[in-house]
Design a protein around this ligand. Structure first.
Ligand SMILES: CC(C)(COP(=O)(O)OP(=O)(O)OC[C@H]1O[C@@H](n2cnc3c(N)ncnc32)[C@H](O)[C@@H]1OP(=O)(O)O)[C@@H](O)C(=O)NCCC(=O)NCCS
Length: 178
């Protein structure tokens, strides 16, 4: 499995676009059309505040994606999604590590995100990655579920998240859902 940054957005590659759209449908209660999904990150060939990463299986197929957007010195994780057939193999953790590593210049103060309170898989992943609770938005989601706000401080002196070193991303990501 490799993790790489998507700079030529998938309009350029029909296979990637189809795989990303399928992933969105398979993993989100309210899937966004691909252009909107990419637009919310602000990512693009010339953008500096948005990051979109894909994880590819051995045959090059997209099996997971992560996106984030920098807001001053905080990185907001917008999406983290892994194809159901490829879960519990470290893909999600690798994408998250890659997202943090891709957004270190200029240095971050924190990484923040929202997660459904009932999303036990994601909460376990984020806890393992050093995220801690930082608030709750009651009935945030359309079905009435609460959102938990999670935060991970970043040690600015070493430009990496506190407590855990960031594994270098494979596949050429510089440096590497809700
Ligand atoms: C959450 C998600 C991204 C995890 O992806 P993944 O590739 O399966 O995660 P990993 O294999 O990297 O798991 C890393 C760690 O997270 C925890 N974890 C992941 N899935 C878990 C589950 N279903 N139950 C309990 N712990 C889980 C474990 O600690 C795991 O380490 P381990 O396998 O050594 O025990 C994936 O389940 C997914 O796409 N879910 C739907 C979309 C979503 O909820 N995104 C997050 C929204 S904020």
């Amino acid at each position: 499995m490799i993790v790489e940054r998507l700079t030529d957005l998938p309009a350029a590659d029909g296979a990637d676009a189809a795989a990303l759209a399928a992933l969105e449908t398979a993993t989100q209660l309210r899937p966004l059309p691909l252009p909107l999904l990419l637009a919310e990150t602000g990512a693009g060939p010339h953008a500096t505040d948005g990051v979109v990463l894909v994880a590819r299986g051995p045959d090059g197929t997209v099996v997971g994606m992560a996106s984030g957007r920098r807001m001053v010195d905080e990185l907001h994780v917008l999406r983290l999604a892994v194809d159901p057939a490829h879960r519990r193999r470290g893909v999600g953790a690798a994408l998250l590590a890659g997202l943090l590593a891709a957004a270190t210049d200029p240095p971050l103060r924190a990484v923040v995100l929202e997660v459904r309170a009932d999303n036990t898989a994601a909460r376990a992943l984020y806890a393992a990655a050093g995220f801690v609770a930082d608030g709750r938005r009651p009935r945030y989601y359309p079905d009435g579920e609460d959102a938990l706000l999670l935060r991970r401080p970043v040690d600015r002196s070493v430009h990496r998240p506190v407590d855990r070193p960031v594994a270098p991303a494979a596949g050429g990501a510089p440096g590497e859902g809700r």
